[in-house]
Design a protein. Structure first.
Length: 127
């Protein structure tokens, strides 16, 4: 079986890298975001590891946070504006933002039209 890699590096090699070193393997927009959010990413990753070891669920509103190797194999509940959606972090998610995996818009399910929905039904009595 072929071992999964990210830009030629295995997960073990990536986990040994510092977050700023990992940023060198990202595309420019993600690299810039990681370097700007470095402190926030470090605090969040440390909190995730600590809470995950205790068995607590990890909940966050930080949808713009870039996923780094320290977060791989964790399940993080990301807020989508209504509820917390569990997101299992895998190797292919590195460099993406947490919010990309917690969809904010639900598929619209239309029911039958009510009275007044069309011009012909507007003339009917409400009884």
């Amino acid at each position: 079986m072929k071992e999964s890699t990210f830009r030629g590096k295995t997960l073990e090699e990536l986990k040994q890298l510092d977050t700023r070193e990992f940023a060198k393997f990202l595309k420019s927009r993600q690299r810039r975001a990681v370097l700007r959010q470095f402190d926030k990413i470090e605090k969040f990753a440390a909190r995730c590891e600590k809470n995950y070891k205790k068995g607590k669920t990890i909940r966050t509103h930080l949808r713009a946070l870039i996923i780094v190797p320290r977060m791989v194999d964790l399940t993080i509940n990301v807020y989508n504006g209504k509820e917390f959606v569990p997101v299992k972090i895998i190797l292919e998610m590195l460099g993406h933002r947490l919010g990309e995996f917690s969809v904010t818009r639900a598929k619209v399910q239309h029911g039958a039209p009510g009275i007044g929905a069309t011009r012909s039904s507007a003339a009917l009595s409400v009884k």
